[in-house]
Ligand binder design. Sequence first.
Ligand code: SF4
Ligand code: SF4
Length: 179
Amino acid sequence: MGKVKKKIKAIKIDLDKCNGCRACEMICSAFHAKPKYSSNNPERSRIRVIRDPLRDVYLPVYAGEYTAAECTGRDKYVIDGKQYDECGFCRASCPSRDLFKEPDSGLPLKCDMCEDDPPQEEPLCVQWCLNDALTYEEREEEVEEEETKGEMETGLESLANKYGLQKIMDTVARMSRKG
Ligand code: SF4
Ligand code: SF4
């Protein structure tokens, strides 16, 4: 496979500017609600803010890839004298915690940079962060061409890991008989 130009979209997070207001969680969950803006629920947000006001810890984290494998160890970070929770900086939707899972279905959530039609000028969480803790950046890079998995494929993979492929196939067969 050859090289292709790819637009890299990044969000810079300035922890010192975040005050834990959670506006980013609200707008993300509302934007991704079906129909759009019909509800909001931080548990459905693809950005979560880990908050501990007594220790002045406010840590916005974006939902990244789903992984079926739990880590065998745990990370703890101490930065400028502040200790962050175990796995605090991790973006994975993984079996060891409830973060970044759709609360009703348990399916993994992943930040999609608010890609939509028509395109947004900036991701919604960046637009709604009035403290400028989130800043959007774009650049172009040459990368190896690769196959990417869609949300549907990732969701099916996570269900198959959780329940087993045979059970999924039996359920689909049962549903199509009823339909
Ligand atoms: S960029 Fe969009 S999808 Fe990603 S966390 Fe922000 S609002 Fe949610
Ligand atoms: S909107 Fe900005 S300041 Fe508020 S919690 Fe999110 S990142 Fe922090």
